[in-house]
Design a protein around this ligand. Structure first.
Ligand SMILES: Nc1ncnc2c1ncn2[C@@H]1O[C@H](COP(=O)(O)OP(=O)(O)OP(=O)(O)O)[C@@H](O)[C@H]1O
Ligand SMILES: [Mg+2]
Length: 325
């Protein structure tokens, strides 16, 4: 276990300024009882009795930044529709400084799940790629937002907002801002020159090929760091925790903590949010990784709201300290 995170580091996260650019979405849940099968087709009929909505994708990263005490600005594209209005309202409630560009032809990315007795029956996705004009607006707004930010996060869910990722990375690096990328897809050339990439193990295996042994993973990571001229690569490994690979320095591994897992979705968003704040606060790598791991561990132990607060992280840290005495 990495021990470099100290309680006195946590107040340093407060107020740090993180710019999140990427695919924002709305997660919507409809709940209800199933009491019969439809006469129209062999499918259950759900009598919808309740609903819930959450910020998803890049908007969830911004939400996690705020939960950990930071300030978040979100640069993203939505359509002009009911889902966009809900995203606006949730962002305002969460005190995220939103700069949403509107593409009237775009359906706002929405994932609608229908659940009965905690069982997901179907998921309906509404999405399309934003128009080139909207992406040009992202680039234009980025320059301004960059002045404000200490750290940039590119949250890529493959919906098209980060079509110009390489330009954004170049501009941020020219302005001496670290760039953390949560990647998607096969083409990592687009992320060349980023400060840190955070693929999960499945995503990394997709681009780098599978590994059977730990030393093979280390070799693949070293290869990709050099190939993409990226300073750091954090492979998040679900129940195996996470490993940070660094150009010119040894890898750091932080095991996941044994705990009850309720809902792993969104843990990756918590990881990038925590790392962004750690970078802004200039914590060292070992402290940053442990912070991200603690925060993600808290989030996977929760049903519902997928954020970790500074107080929760402090409580986990105190538990570890007492366990070590
Ligand atoms: N089953 C688990 N047990 C303990 N910790 C976990 C588990 N799953 C995830 N975590 C924590 O969350 C971190 C990120 O999880 P994971 O590697 O699954 O990322 P991800 O696939 O990007 O998540 P997301 O569902 O948000 O896309 C892990 O490094 C670990 O700290
Ligand atoms: Mg992820």
């Amino acid at each position: 276990m990495l021990r470099a995170l100290l309680p006195e580091h946590l107040p340093r996260l407060a107020g740090q300024r993180v710019l999140v650019v990427g695919d924002a979405m709305l997660d919507r849940y409809w709940f209800g009882a199933v009491e019969r099968i439809s006469p129209e087709a062999p499918v259950p009929v759900v009598a919808v009795g309740g609903s819930e909505e959450r910020l998803g994708g890049a908007a969830n990263v911004a939400r996690n930044v705020v939960a950990l005490g930071g300030q978040a600005r979100l640069l993203a594209v939505t359509g002009v529709d009911e889902a966009a209005a809900r995203i606006d309202a949730l962002l305002a409630e969460t005190h995220i400084d939103a700069q949403l560009l509107r593409d009237p032809a775009l359906p706002t990315t929405l994932k609608l799940r229908v659940l009965s007795r905690s069982q997901q029956l179907i998921r309906l996705d509404f999405e399309a790629r934003p128009a080139a004009a909207a992406l040009a607006q992202i680039e234009a707004a980025f320059a301004d937002a960059l002045d404000w930010a200490q750290v940039v996060v590119l949250s890529d869910y493959g919906k098209g907002t980060l079509g110009a990722a390489s330009t954004l990375i170049e501009r941020a690096r020219a302005a001496a801002r670290p760039v953390i990328v949560d990647p998607k897809g096969h083409d990592y050339e687009r992320y060349r020159g980023a400060t840190l990439l955070t693929p999960n193990r499945g995503e990394f295996a997709t681009v780098a090929g599978p590994w059977a042994r730990e030393d093979e993973l280390h070799a693949k990571a070293a290869d990709w760091l050099a190939r993409l001229r990226v300073e750091r690569l954090l492979v998040t490994r679900s129940e195996q925790g996470m490993t940070l690979f660094r150009a010119g320095a040894p890898a750091l591994h932080d095991p996941a903590r044994a705990r009850e897992v309720f809902d792993v979705s969104g843990a990756g968003d918590t990881v990038v949010a925590a790392l962004a704040l750690a970078f802004a606060a200039e914590l060292d790598d070992a402290a940053a990784v442990h912070l991200a791991n603690l925060a993600a561990g808290i989030v996977v132990g929760k049903l519902g709201t997928a954020t970790a607060s500074v107080q929760e992280v402090a409580a986990e840290l105190a538990k570890e300290d007492s366990a070590c005495m």
